[in-house]
Structures are given as C-alpha cells and as structure tokens.
Write a protein that binds this ligand. Structure first.
Ligand SMILES: [Fe+2]
Length: 275
C-alpha cells in the first residue's frame, strides 16, 4: 500500500495529500520520505484543513530536512507573512506579487517552502504556482539548444522596478548597491532534470542586446506561467501548502495592504546551487 494517497490538482502540477492528520505528520516514519517523493513528482503538495500550530509545523518540517532560522518570531523557524504595516517585512512581501523563486539572489536557493494559512483574505491573496521543469520540457528542441548556454544576471533592482517604476535617485542607488547574481538560464539538477531559472529578479542576458535579452526572458516567463501551466490555490484557513522551490515559481495574487491575511512560512535549507 502507498504511504500517502494523492489527488492531482491541475494538468501541470500540484497534488492534494489525502487522509493525513496532525499526529501522522509527527509520528509516521515513512511519511517524510513519501512526502518528499510526492513533492518531487508534483511540485506542490496541499494538505487541506490541518490547522497546524507553529510548533507542529516546524517539527514536521524538521522531519523533511534542515529548516532555516529567521529569528524574527518567537519561534525562529517561522516567518509571519502579512502586509500589516507593523510587520517590518511588509514592504518586502509586496515583492511576492510577481513570479519568483525564493532565494534567486543566493548561491543556493531554498529547497522548499511551507505555508499555513492562519487568516485569509476574502477577495484576493490566492497563491499561484508554475513548474519550471515543465517550462524547460515544453520548449522545442531548437529553443532548448538556444537556452542551453544562456546566462542571466539577476538583480534586486529588477525585482523592485515593477513595484516602483519611477524610483527616486536614492532608491536606485540603494538597489544598485546590492550585489547581483549571475545564473545559467537552464539549471542542470543533480537528479539530471533540467529547469529554467526565471522570475522577477531576472534582469538581463549576458552578452545579448538589452531589449533582445529582456524579450527572451519575458517570452519564456509568459510561456512558463501561461494559464494552462498554473495551479492556483484558493486558501481556506488551516490549509498547508509545500512547494519545491527548486523547480516551481510562485506568486501571491493581489490583496489589499489593509487585509488581515496572515500566513506562517517555514523554509527548508537548499542543498544544491544553480548550475
Ligand atoms: Fe516567495
């Protein structure tokens, strides 16, 4: 018998894990391996209505791998995501409205992230996911060839420009003071799979005319995130979602800054550099 039963949530990615309760998350020895395997296959896993408290969420994540400590919360592995102006990270979280992978400016992006919905927005705030493994696999052979040697510069500036299209000189200077990062467009994973490294931090293509490079990046992102390629999760309070950050782009759908929406995130430490 399979350790977990899953149900596909869209054509291209996402699966709901069925018949799991809080106790099994913590006590079933076969569960972590089965979840990681299902995550590899499906990109996104949904557990409906688990209502995980922070301690249980962190304990479950520690069974899946090493967990990032952020220390801005009484439980240092928990990041509270909200646009509440009292939240010091609120402005930063507005960047999540654009397609991105977490840690695209780091040497090693996180392996996976897990979100639990504590308060939802009545009108917006869904989360969308798109597979960058599928984005690569769906390319024509010619496009795969063309992308193979392309290198892309990722910058903080690129990620801010959409939110602040008319930056002040001070903002620009601040953005440009942050180190940029160069990644291959095609990530050759240790598993042998390939994915495209795209998203809001992708600024320009090395050695290519600026506009031509941006057109290429825009075109690839549009194809990767075409409606047929996206799984959109409409949250209910108590839902938990985990996604494979190495091969999945995500974004939050818009919601008002006054919204009480509150998600609790835990992040698994990455193990593999983009190369
Ligand atoms: Fe994110």
């Amino acid at each position: 018998m399979e350790v977990i039963a899953t149900k596909r949530l869209s054509e291209s990615l996402g699966a709901e894990v069925l018949d799991i309760d809080r106790d099994r998350l913590l006590s079933d020895d076969a569960l972590p391996g089965a979840c990681l395997e299902a995550l590899d296959v499906n990109g996104v896993l949904l557990f409906r209505g688990l209502h995980l408290d922070d301690a249980t969420q962190v304990a479950f994540c520690k069974r899946l791998g090493e967990v990032v400590s952020v220390a801005s919360h009484p439980i240092p592995e928990i990041t509270v995501i909200s646009l509440d102006p009292k939240n010091p990270l609120a402005d930063y979280f507005r960047g999540a409205f654009e397609w991105h992978l977490d840690g695209s400016m780091d040497d090693i992006p996180s392996k996976a992230s897990l979100l639990t919905a504590h308060v939802i927005d009545e009108e917006g705030g869904d989360t969308e996911f798109a597979s960058t493994y599928a984005a690569y696999e769906n390319l024509s052979e010619d496009d795969k060839q063309r992308c193979q040697s392309v290198r892309v510069v990722h910058t903080f500036e690129a990620s801010q420009r959409r939110m602040h299209p008319d930056p002040t000189p001070e903002q620009l200077a601040d953005w440009r003071a942050r180190p940029s990062k160069e990644h291959p467009l095609v990530w050759e994973h240790e598993t042998g799979r390939r994915s495209l490294v795209l998203g809001v931090t992708a600024s320009h293509v090395v050695g290519m005319d600026l506009e031509e490079g941006r057109d290429l990046l825009d075109d690839l992102l549009a194809r990767a995130t075409a409606p047929s390629q996206v799984f959109r999760h409409v949250w209910s309070v108590g839902d938990t979602v985990i996604w494979d950050n190495r091969g999945v782009l995500h974004r939050a759908c818009p919601y008002e800054a006054t919204s009480p929406r509150e998600m609790h995130r835990t992040t698994l430490v990455g193990e593999e550099a983009i190369k």
